[in-house]
Write a protein that binds this ligand. Structure first.
Ligand SMILES: [Zn+2]
Ligand SMILES: [Zn+2]
Length: 315
């Protein structure tokens, strides 16, 4: 069904005629990404929206299934949003991250889909955790055998997703294939610069352990040789047990963590409780699961870098 896209791409003249006749506004009543003359891309959550907008430029219209302020892990879709998936020229999603999106794609996506989980192998959920000799991690049952979806927090991996998205968009809209490739290349340049800033900024620090609300930062800590101590597991809504809270407080003390991180989309209560207990501060470390309040992925990642450098006492 890749021949769907060209049918949606009207010539400029046809678009002008439709506009003159007042037809564009009601050309599609599902809202979402559909705009005459543009490739309609539905992104499952913010970093994929950012990617689609940067790579697609002005020849695509991007909508985001996860509305601002919503937490994407447990997203549920209403019928209108399922309609967006049905009508999209391309659905960009990450299988295994949002079950409701997986289901909508399976039932309605046809071959108009791009699964970023299929681009490069994802980390095992249990890999690279913070362990001490002889400590069991058995209680994190939800992590058993699963994959860590938070791949966008490694800028170099996001650049690779951008290159592959450009290829996929080029198949859906061959007339603009070269533009997609060029934009993905420009984005890669920016992401490479960000990666260098992270590597330089986190090279020499007094501490390397970060205590986070949920274990969203595995790709970031792996790339920049930090250690993540997650209060809850891979999904933020998993309520940590009193035993886990005590363990994390103990870890925070042992590694002299001066800062306990919490997230924009999740209540800071648990982080605050641990911070109070160990005499630490709290600060926001944004896992970019929703759009930042201002700026974009790049500026929010730079804010995260400054936050990390302060918390870890980097020179
Ligand atoms: Zn997450
Ligand atoms: Zn430790």
């Amino acid at each position: 069904m890749t021949d769907r896209a060209p049918r949606r791409i009207l010539t400029a003249a046809a678009t002008a005629l439709l506009a003159a006749a007042g037809l564009t506004a009601c050309a599609d009543d599902t809202g979402g990404a559909s705009q005459p003359g543009k490739v309609g891309v539905v992104a499952a959550f913010y970093p994929l929206q950012f990617l689609a907008e940067r790579v697609g430029g002005d020849t695509v219209a991007v909508s985001n299934l996860t509305k601002p302020g919503a937490e994407p892990h447990d997203l549920e879709l209403n019928p209108r949003q399922v309609g967006e998936v049905v009508d999209a020229d391309l659905v960009v999603y990450l299988s295994g991250f949002q079950p409701a999106v997986d289901e909508a794609v399976e039932q309605n996506g046809g071959d108009r889909t791009f699964d970023v989980a299929g681009v490069t192998p994802l980390r095992d959920a249990a890999a690279g955790g913070h362990d001490h000799e002889g400590e069991a991690e058995g209680e994190h049952a939800e992590e058993g055998g699963g994959k860590d979806p938070h791949v966008w927090l490694d800028p170099t991996r996001l650049a690779t997703l951008g290159d592959k998205l450009a290829e996929r968009l080029g198949k859906a809209d061959p007339d603009h294939a070269a533009d997609y490739t060029a934009r993905a290349g420009a984005l890669r340049t920016e992401l490479t610069k960000l990666d260098t800033e992270y590597a330089d900024g986190l090279r020499t620090c007094r501490r390397r352990e970060i205590v986070t609300s949920h274990t969203a930062f595995g790709y970031l800590t792996e790339r920049y040789k930090l250690e993540q101590i997650g209060i809850s597991g891979l999904t933020p809504e998993a309520e940590p047990s009193p035993k886990r809270l005590a363990e994390v407080a103990e870890e925070a003390r042992e590694h002299q963590a001066g800062t306990i991180f919490f997230e924009t989309l999740v209540s800071p209560k648990v982080a605050e409780t641990i911070a109070r207990e160990v005499g630490a501060k709290t600060a926001v470390l944004d896992p970019l699961e929703g759009p930042p309040a201002d700026g974009d992925y790049l500026s929010a990642m730079r804010t995260n870098l400054q936050t990390l450098r302060t918390a870890l006492d980097c020179s």
